[in-house]
Ligand binder design. Sequence first.
Ligand SMILES: NC(=O)c1ccc[n+]([C@@H]2O[C@H](COP(=O)([O-])OP(=O)(O)OC[C@H]3O[C@@H](n4cnc5c(N)ncnc54)[C@H](OP(=O)(O)O)[C@@H]3O)[C@@H](O)[C@H]2O)c1
Length: 288
Amino acid sequence: MTTPAPTPSSPPLLGRTAIVTGASRGIGLAVARGLVEAGASVCLTARDPGGMRAAVGELRGLGGLRGRITGHAGSAGDAAHIEACVALTVKELGGVDILVNNAAANTPFGPLVDIDPDAWRDAFAVNVDGPLRFVQCAWRAWMRAHGGTVVNICTEGAQGVGPNIGAYGTSKAALLHLTRQLAGELAPTVRVNSVSPGLVRTEMARFVWENAEPQIAAGLPMGRIGEPDDIARAVLWLVSGAASWITGTDLVVDGGTRVRAAHITEPAAGTGNGADYAVHERLRAHRG
Ligand SMILES: NC(=O)c1ccc[n+]([C@@H]2O[C@H](COP(=O)([O-])OP(=O)(O)OC[C@H]3O[C@@H](n4cnc5c(N)ncnc54)[C@H](OP(=O)(O)O)[C@@H]3O)[C@@H](O)[C@H]2O)c1
């Protein structure tokens, strides 16, 4: 199937090509869906081939004028997978204009003082090395000659500290720095930004929000936890022409999590004090 030529009424990303890592569910799937709906050709990744194939099938079923959709199973912490994925995307979709580094590991869990340094390499391999390798491969294979844009999915929590999530938080803080460093290095050819979500209703964060949503929502200025589409809309805007003068920035999409201390709230009956940070209470109580 050839990609239709863009016209003034075409979807905004028609003719563009994208890779979204960790796109079989959650935020990655919502981002991939948004890109497909905007007309882009998209390559999805995830470790589980079955989950990835199901997501590819779901997106191929979307109507409208759209590009091609493919998938490549593997870990964002595996250098060979990354090289193959970028090469496949260039071959099958015709380029890599957009890269969304979304896949992440939130383990090992627990106080850093007790963590096996070899185990915390897992978090860094997926959350830091992987995004860097993806950018390097995409730059060499396509973006250096054709330009492009990168969005790294970080976390609102990377600006602070939290109970038991030191490995995840430290690696995401490194990803924030990597974003700024690469933005300076690759401008003006490639824009590199990040999106930092607050708590979002996905599998990765289920252990935090499940059975605690009223308490958590009561402490959030916007009164609810996030949905994957809240994050996808921010990513879609950052990769669009509307953000053409923006690089090296972090767009926090957190329902006001960071400004909660100033929020004047009347806690709903049975939800406790809305000023408490229920997310940290949940992380403190969780046993890995
Ligand atoms: N949900 C939140 O509250 C929240 C808050 C802040 C930041 N974030 C960030 O948002 C991003 C997406 O998380 P999510 O909440 O949407 O998680 P999710 O619903 O659990 O989805 C994770 C996706 O990534 C894939 N994946 C996991 N490890 C991978 C790896 N090593 N290589 C390739 N794919 C991998 C999963 O498929 P497989 O298991 O088949 O690999 C799945 O498709 C992450 O960067 C996360 O740190 C999430």
